[in-house]
Ligand binder design. Structure first.
Ligand SMILES: [Zn+2]
Length: 444
């Protein structure tokens, strides 16, 4: 007997470019099914074409999407910056707060003081909450340790979390240049990161990407170039914080290195846009940060017209994006940045996967990871509307449902099914045998 499990729903949003077309941008299959074989998707389409399935979960008038992918977070941190938030809301300036030892340096002190175990504890708490919001893959940066030992401590904490069950897949990024630690010369610091920290990170295989904060109040494009050159020499991918406060050539630097993504882009000129488009570098948009900082949006119309793939991410961090919610970032991308609902959904699924160089998720298609969300909503565009609430009914990550959110299936059948689906032979029993199966390790 097959071990295949299936989910039925009135709208299966595949995000699959092979299914999508001009009038169906998201590749929606109405009254579709997703069939899972252990940790992978085995089939997506119509039930009449599906292979024999042992257990069906009938989601009724619900939406199934790929699991969300948060392509830019700083989720590994300790401490609290509520005082700074209060000061900022009373008119304090980001750069003045940073100059007074707040901002990144405040979290740096807290991360320095925290044990690796404490960082794991904080990070896994955040990741489990993100999973319930629908996030099944999460990029996590270091960047608060700043000095080599503390950066490695952060990255080891991220590596430990990535092996734990019942959390999103993790993509680790070494944020090589975020701020200069107190009392250290800037150029010497960049040299030490290039010559010591980055090689140590590569040696321990603690990161897939290297990031740097290229901006007027941070590091120059030339300093970023030194980091990107070293990252490339160690075979690591490149993504960068670019143009949050000023255009100082970060986009051109990203293009020079065919970076996977250029992130922020509130300030980017036409030449930079042209170069990013030619390099096929993704634009990662972070509307929660610009919302908090009361900034004008990036030039979305120009990015779109240039054909640059748009990604939406939470930027989850303790200062400028105090949220763990990718759905909130998606809602703000529509409200503040003028993305269409379809763009926001693709920006947190297919485009986010591509920006992280992951070809096995972000699209519901056979062979991909069995990462999906069942939304307690009648239409995928409704995902963009309710702010600050979690509307996932089930989150499935590598084939395993997040149990805290899963409801008894009988409940689903009575409350959620359409009359038609109730008539179907519903084998919507609890997922047989799953309870006795040990939790699968996170595959990344
Ligand atoms: Zn960031």
């Amino acid at each position: 007997m097959t071990n295949l499990r299936g989910y039925r729903a009135s709208r299966v949003v595949t995000c699959d470019p092979k299914i999508a077309n001009g009038s169906n941008e998201l590749g929606v299959i109405e009254n579709g099914v997703v069939v899972i074989d252990d940790a992978r998707v085995a089939f997506v389409g119509r039930e009449s074409d599906a292979p024999p399935v042992r257990n069906w979960t009938d989601c009724g008038e619900r939406v199934i999407t790929p699991g969300l992918i948060d392509a830019h977070t700083h989720a590994c941190w300790a401490g609290s910056r509520h005082d700074e938030y209060v000061a900022r809301m009373a008119g304090g300036d980001y750069r003045a707060i940073a100059a007074a030892g707040g901002g990144i340096l405040s979290t740096h002190r807290a991360v320095m003081a925290a044990s690796e175990d404490e960082l794991v504890h904080q990070l896994t708490g955040r990741l489990s909450r993100m999973l319930r919001l629908g996030v099944t893959t999460c990029e996590v940066k270091s960047g608060y340790g700043l000095v080599a030992d503390a950066e490695l401590k952060q990255l080891r904490a991220i590596a430990r979390a990535s092996k734990m069950p019942n959390l999103p897949h993790i993509v680790p990024t070494f944020l090589a240049l975020h701020a200069v630690p107190p009392g250290v010369d800037r150029d010497q610091y960049v040299a030490s990161v290039v010559n010591e920290t980055l090689p140590a990170v590569a040696r321990e295989q603690l990161a897939q990407f290297v990031d740097a904060y290229i901006d007027a109040n941070a590091f120059t494009a030339e300093q970023g170039r030194a980091i990107a050159t070293a990252a490339r020499a160690h075979g690591l991918g490149i993504r960068m914080h670019v143009g949050q406060f000023a255009d100082i050539g970060g986009a051109e630097l990203c293009a020079d290195f065919s970076a996977a993504s250029a992130d922020h882009l509130e300030h980017i000129g036409d030449a930079g846009i042209e170069r990013l488009a030619a390099a096929k570098t993704h634009a990662v948009l972070l509307p929660t940060a610009s919302f908090l900082l009361r900034q004008a949006p990036p030039p979305i119309d120009k990015l779109r017209a240039a054909g640059i793939a748009l990604v939406v991410a939470s930027d989850a961090n303790p200062g400028t994006a105090p949220t763990e919610s990718l759905p909130l970032a998606m809602a703000l991308a529509v409200r503040l940045y003028g993305l269409t609902p379809a763009e926001a959904i693709l920006g947190a699924t297919r485009n986010a996967a591509n920006a992280l160089r992951l070809g096995d998720r972000g699209v519901l298609a056979s062979g991909n990871w069995a990462d999906l969300c069942v939304w307690e909503l009648p239409h995928e565009f409704a995902i963009l509307q309710p702010w600050g609430v979690s509307r996932t009914e089930r989150v499935v990550c590598s084939g395993i449902e997040d149990r805290a959110r899963s409801r008894p299936s009988a409940d689903m059948t009575t409350k959620a099914s359409s009359p038609a689906s109730r008539e179907r032979e519903s084998v919507t029993k609890s997922r047989e045998g799953e309870g006795s199966r040990p939790p699968r390790k996170n595959p990344r």
